[in-house]
Design a binder for this molecule. Structure first.
Ligand SMILES: [Zn+2]
Ligand SMILES: [Zn+2]
Ligand SMILES: [Zn+2]
Ligand SMILES: [Zn+2]
Length: 505
C-alpha cells in the first residue's frame, strides 16, 4: 500500500479543478481497513463532503444491443453508421469525431490495428476505459497504483481477450501490466453498471473510476451517499447523517436491501473482504429482519434469521421457539416466496401485484424480507411511469403506504439520507399534498353548501313571516327570486322546515 500522504498528494492534484481550499475530508488511517477518508470537521446531514471526477470513464458495453453509443459523449446514436470512419473500431458521433479525446483514442486503437474496425465489438469498446490509462500523465497513473486492486487469477483475462481483436496489440510487458492493473483497480473500486455496488437504484451505464471515492471504505449502513451530475459525470458525495469530526466517511459496495448472507457473499467474492459492521454482526440486522423468514413450525409465529458465522450456508434460528433449521431448508421458503412474487411481477397486471403484496404475501413471507422490499420498490418505480391498471385511488394509497413502509425499514437500520430516501420522501410529500388539496376542495364544497342552506333557511323564515301577514303576492315574488340562488337546496326552500344538514352533506 502506498502511504496515505502520497495518496493525498495525488488526490489533491486530481481534484485541483474543483478548487476546494478547505476540504472537509482527509486521507487517514481507517479502523475498517488500511486507510480511508476521514472528516476534518463536523459534517451536517445533507452537506456536500466532496466532488470527484472520473479519472477514467468509458462505455460499459455489456449489452450487444446498446453498442451504438458514442465513445466520447456516450449518447446513444441511430443504429446505422455510428462507427468511426477512420477505422479505430470505436463508435463515435459526428460532433465528437472532431474532438481531441477521440483523436487520442482513435490514434491509439488504429495503431493497434483492429481486425474488423467497421463492426461494433463489445470487447474493444469495453477496453477503451482501460486503454485510456495509457494516455494519462505519470501522476494520474500513479494514482491508479495507489488504489486497492484485487489481483486475482481473472484480472488478466480482459486484456488477453482484447488482444485477439487487434493485429498489432502491444507486447510491451509494462503496458500490458499497467492495463491489467487498471482492470483490477476498476473491478475493485470502479463503477461498472452500478447495479452491483450502488446504494441506490441510480442509472449509471458506464465503466468509471472515481479515485477519492475509491479510497472510501465500506459500511453496510454508510454515512454518506452520492449522486452524479448528468453533464459532467462528476460525482457528488453528501453526508447521509451528521458525521462528527475525525469519523471515517463510509460508502457501501452492496445494495442496501440485501440480507446479511447475500452481502457477505458479495463482499467476499467481489471485494475480497469480510464486513464486520454492526449490521453484519447482528442476526436481526438491527431489528429490520431483511433476511427474516417465518418459522417452519406452523404453530409458531416466530421469525427465523441466519446465524452470524461468516459461512455461506449458516444455520437459521427461530427467535420464538428457538428451533434450528438448515440453510437449505430456509432457502426453500425463500425461493418459494421469491418465485411467487416474481410470477405476479411478471403477470403484467400491476393491480394484481399490489393486491398480492397487500393481502397474500405476508401469509408466507414477512413484509420485512428483501423480496418484499424489492417488489415494493418495483411497484413504486412502475407507478412513477404510469398507474397501469390501477385506479387513481389505489395508485395514490400504494405510493404513500409503500414509501412509508420502506422508510420505516431504513429507520430501523439507522440509515440516513440516500437517493432512495429522497425519492420516497418525494412520493410521500406529493401524496400528502394531493390529499391536502382534495381535503381543502371538500371543505370548500361543504362551506358553500352550508352557506346556501343558511340562505334557504332565511328565505323560509321570510316566506313564513310574509305568509303569516297575509301578503301572499310578495311571498311568491320572494320565493321566485330566492329559488335560483338556492338551486341545490330548492327542495329545502319550499319545504316547511329546512332539511337537517346531515341529509344534505
Ligand atoms: Zn459524441
Ligand atoms: Zn476513430
Ligand atoms: Zn457490514
Ligand atoms: Zn418457531
Amino acid at each position: 500500500m502506498i502511504c496515505p500522504k502520497r495518496t493525498s498528494e495525488l488526490l489533491d492534484l486530481h481534484l485541483a479543478p474543483f478548487k476546494d481550499k478547505d476540504p472537509a475530508w482527509e486521507i487517514g488511517i481507517s479502523k475498517i481497513a488500511g486507510r480511508g477518508v476521514v472528516a476534518t470537521r463536523h459534517l451536517k446531514r445533507g452537506e456536500i463532503i466532496f466532488r470527484d471526477s472520473p479519472l477514467l470513464i468509458g462505455l460499459a458495453a455489456h449489452e450487444e444491443d446498446s453498442l451504438n453509443a458514442c465513445s466520447v459523449c456516450m449518447i446513444l446514436l441511430p443504429d446505422t453508421r455510428f462507427m468511426c470512419r477512420q477505422g479505430c473500431g470505436l463508435p463515435v458521433c459526428s460532433l465528437c469525431a472532431k474532438k481531441k479525446q477521440h483523436k487520442t483514442d482513435c490514434d491509439l486503437f488504429r495503431s493497434w490495428g483492429p481486425n474488423e474496425p467497421e463492426v461494433a465489438n463489445s470487447v474493444i469498446i469495453r477496453l477503451l476505459c482501460v486503454a485510456r490509462a495509457i494516455n494519462l500523465n505519470k501522476d494520474q497513473r500513479d494514482l491508479i497504483y495507489c488504489l486497492q486492486a484485487n489481483l486475482d487469477n481473472n484480472h488478466r483475462t480482459e486484456v488477453r481477450n482484447a488482444a485477439k481483436c487487434f493485429k498489432k496489440f502491444p507486447t510491451d510487458k509494462k503496458v500490458i501490466e499497467m492495463m491489467n492493473r487498471t482492470v483490477a483497480v476498476l473491478r475493485t473500486n470502479g463503477f461498472d453498471k452500478t447495479t452491483d455496488r450502488t446504494n441506490d437504484n441510480q442509472e449509471f451505464n458506464y465503466r468509471a473510476l472515481y479515485p477519492l471515492f475509491g479510497v472510501m471504505n465500506h459500511d453496510c449502513i454508510p454515512n454518506s451517499y452520492y449522486t452524479f451530475e448528468e453533464k459532467t459525470n462528476n460525482m457528488i458525495v453528501r453526508a447521509a447523517v451528521d458525521i462528527p469530526e475525525g469519523f471515517e466517511i463510509t460508502t457501501t459496495y452492496t445494495k442496501l436491501f440485501t440480507g446479511n448472507i447475500a452481502r457477505h457473499l458479495f463482499l467476499k467474492m467481489k471485494k475480497n473482504f469480510t464486513c464486520k459492521c454492526p449490521r453484519c454482526s447482528d442476526p436481526t440486522e438491527k431489528g429490520a429482519y431483511i433476511s427474516g423468514l417465518y418459522c417452519r413450525d406452523t404453530s409458531c409465529n416466530g421469525l427465523v434469521v441466519p446465524e452470524i458465522t461468516g459461512l455461506p450456508h449458516p444455520n437459521w434460528n427461530c427467535l420464538e421457539c428457538k428451533q434450528k433449521s438448515t440453510h437449505a431448508q430456509m432457502m426453500k421458503s425463500q425461493d418459494f416466496a421469491s418465485g411467487a412474487i416474481n410470477a405476479k411481477n411478471n403477470s403484467n397486471s400491476l393491480r394484481t401485484l399490489i393486491q398480492y403484496l397487500n393481502e397474500k404475501s405476508d401469509q408466507f413471507i414477512p413484509d420485512s424480507n428483501h423480496v418484499i422490499i424489492d417488489a415494493k420498490l418495483t411497484v413504486l418505480q412502475r407507478l412513477n411511469q404510469s398507474r397501469e391498471d390501477c385506479s387513481e385511488e389505489l395508485a395514490a394509497n400504494t405510493r404513500l403506504r409503500y414509501s412509508r413502509d420502506i422508510m420505516q425499514i431504513m429507520d430501523k437500520l439507522g440509515m440516513g439520507d440516500s437517493l432512495v430516501r429522497t425519492q420516497l420522501e418525494e412520493q410521500v410529500r406529493k401524496e400528502e399534498e394531493r390529499r391536502a388539496i382534495k381535503q381543502a376542495a371538500e371543505a370548500e364544497k361543504q362551506r358553500k353548501l352550508a352557506e346556501l342552506q343558511e340562505k334557504a333557511a332565511e328565505a323560509d323564515k321570510l316566506l313564513a313571516a310574509l305568509a303569516a301577514n297575509g301578503d301572499e303576492t310578495a311571498a311568491a315574488i320572494i320565493a321566485a327570486e330566492t329559488a335560483p340562488t338556492c338551486a341545490p337546496t330548492a327542495a329545502a326552500a319550499t319545504a316547511p322546515t329546512p332539511a337537517p344538514a346531515a341529509e344534505l352533506a
